[in-house]
Design a protein around this ligand. Structure first.
Ligand code: IDP
Ligand code: MG
Length: 143
């Protein structure tokens, strides 16, 4: 998910480009203002944290661009590509490392395990909204 700062800064295309170029396959995408109940559900592990009110205000401060990506080891690969939670410590070349500075404005969200990915996809997407398709001759693209 591209967070509101990433959307406002015009980074949606850059972020999609990186995942596309990596070889991941887009299954769904949409631009949305997230309602409070879905923000709370997505970040329920952080409800009691001191930064939660600020996090909620940040995520609800503008539209988010939500995506579902598929591919080999997709969760681990995307986490590597977004970089560490604190952009000031994220590796150069990662999305947060290249485009962020503040932990509370870290440009992107990505699920941290296959289990949380399934949980988070179900919060934001209907099953019918996930597009199942093949790329032409996948044997050329993937092992
Ligand atoms: P992650 O996004 O890398 O998985 P989490 O620890 O799950 O990081 O935290 C969720 C989000 O909460 C972060 O991406 C960031 O937006 C926000 N956050 C985490 N820690 C802090 C903090 O110390 N101050 C402000 N915001 C924070
Ligand atoms: Mg997290």
């Amino acid at each position: 998910m591209v967070k509101p700062d990433g959307v406002q800064r015009g980074l949606i295309g850059e972020i999609i480009s990186r995942f596309e170029a990596k070889g991941l396959k887009l299954a769904a995408a949409k631009l949305e203002h997230l309602p409070e109940e879905r923000v709370v559900e997505q970040y329920r592990e952080h409800l009691e944290k001191p930064f939660f009110p600020g996090l909620k205000a940040y995520i609800m401060g503008g539209p988010c661009f939500l995506m579902v990506w598929e591919g080999k080891e997709v969760v681990a690969v995307v986490r590597m590509m977004i970089g560490a939670t604190n952009p000031a410590e994220a590796a150069p070349g990662s999305i947060r490392g290249d485009f962020g500075l503040d932990i509370g404005r870290n440009v992107v969200h990505a699920s941290d395990s296959p289990t949380s990915a399934m949980r988070e996809i179900a919060i934001h997407f209907e099953p019918a909204g996930l597009i199942d398709y093949s790329k032409i001759d996948e044997s050329v693209l993937y092992e």
